[in-house]
Design a protein around this ligand. Structure first.
Ligand code: NAD
Length: 318
């Protein structure tokens, strides 16, 4: 009898070892193609950790997520869309104009059941119309990601007061912050079963970086908006959080005068090697939009290879 129990335990151990090995080393295309069943592995992990709510499911199976802010394959929104889709979510994209809608169709053709809307968030009435159009086509969604930001290029060069205009200040905060608040107004209607909202921030919200200027002011306001929205949205079972990403080369970041320095400084002073990637940010978004983060709201999570947590690391890193 004792030999039988030992044999059964050994078989279970080998089973898990082999499935973990396959999951790590087998390419994604094979894992999802039916040659190897992710669901079988998930069931084994479910058994091991007693995670009944994951039984046979990917983290975002059956969830529909609206993502604003795709511009190219370098966009953080693209990294997020890929990660969410990989975990089973259906993606609804909102892009600034028709040209970007065409690009999204090409760049995101691997994402199943993708639907695309156009929305220039600088006009308040556009936000209302598009949110209603999305609601008509997709009566229930489960999450919203805001990866939209803008500041006039000249305001991101030199000193904060060098190229400061009232118009630039208003358009930066209107597009980068007000749009998030305005979209949140429709969140209870779009997410009647509760859900999760997430916006993209940068450490320039809390610390001054040369050239980040108006964007830093906008991000500080965005992070405050996250906390106020979280406070009010709790009663609708809607959580509101932010991801503070490390510097990444994208269209938006190319407008920042001192961006090269931001990349170099972050790389030299982060505990983890290299700079952060859109895939790493995407995976954190998957966590924030999934059931796993159900106890977290009003928070901003850093995905910056630990840069925010260090002092003069470059001195010791060599
Ligand atoms: P990106 O240029 O790929 O994305 C910015 C998006 O904002 C684009 O899709 C653009 O079309 C959209 N946008 C600008 N004005 C708009 C308008 N009026 N209406 C609708 N959409 C509009 O750059 P990204 O770096 O992926 O930026 C995504 C988010 O991540 C932004 O909030 C940015 O501040 C934030 N972020 C970026 C970095 C970085 O280093 N790249 C770091 C931290 C946070």
């Amino acid at each position: 009898m004792i030999y039988f129990v030992m044999f059964a335990q050994l078989r279970q151990f080998l089973d898990i070892l082999i499935s973990d090995f396959l999951h790590i080393f087998m390419p994604l295309s094979l894992r999802t193609s039916g040659n190897y069943s992710t669901i079988t592995r998930d069931k084994r992990i479910t058994k091991r950790y007693n995670l009944h709510y994951l039984d046979g499911m990917m983290l975002l199976n059956g969830k529909k997520i609206l993502i604003l802010g795709f511009a190219s394959k370098r966009s953080i929104a693209f990294g997020i869309a890929c990660s969410l889709a990989e975990h089973g979510a259906e993606i609804v994209l909102s892009v600034a104009n028709d040209k970007l809608a065409q690009r999204a169709k090409l760049d995101c053709d691997h994402i199943p059941d993708l639907s695309i809307f156009t929305l220039d968030v600088s006009e308040e009435k556009n936000i209302e119309q598009t949110m209603q159009a999305i609601h008509k086509d997709h009566p229930i969604i489960d999450g919203i990601v805001h990866a939209v930001a803008y500041a006039p290029k000249e305001s991101l060069q030199g000193h904060i007061t060098d190229n400061l205009t009232s118009e630039g200040f208003h358009s930066s905060l209107n597009i980068s912050v007000y749009s998030f608040l305005k979209i949140a107004k429709y969140a209870p209607q779009l997410m009647p079963n509760g859900g999760s909202m997430c916006a993209l921030s940068y450490i320039g919200a809390n610390q001054a970086f040369p050239g980040y200027n108006l964007m830093g002011i906008a991000k500080a306001s965005l992070e405050a908006s996250i906390r106020y929205l979280a406070l009010d949205m709790g009663k609708y079972q809607i959580r509101v959080n932010g991801i503070s990403a490390g510097p990444i080369r994208t269209l938006a970041s190319s407008a920042i005068g001192d961006f090269r320095n931001m990349l170099d400084h972050s790389e030299k002073n982060s505990p983890l090697d290299g700079n952060v990637t859109i895939e790493e940010v995407g995976d954190c978004a998957t966590y924030l939009l999934s059931h796993l983060s159900r106890g977290t709201t009003g928070d901003v999570i850093y995905v910056d290879h630990g840069y925010h947590s260090t002092g003069a690391l470059s001195v010791n890193k060599e």
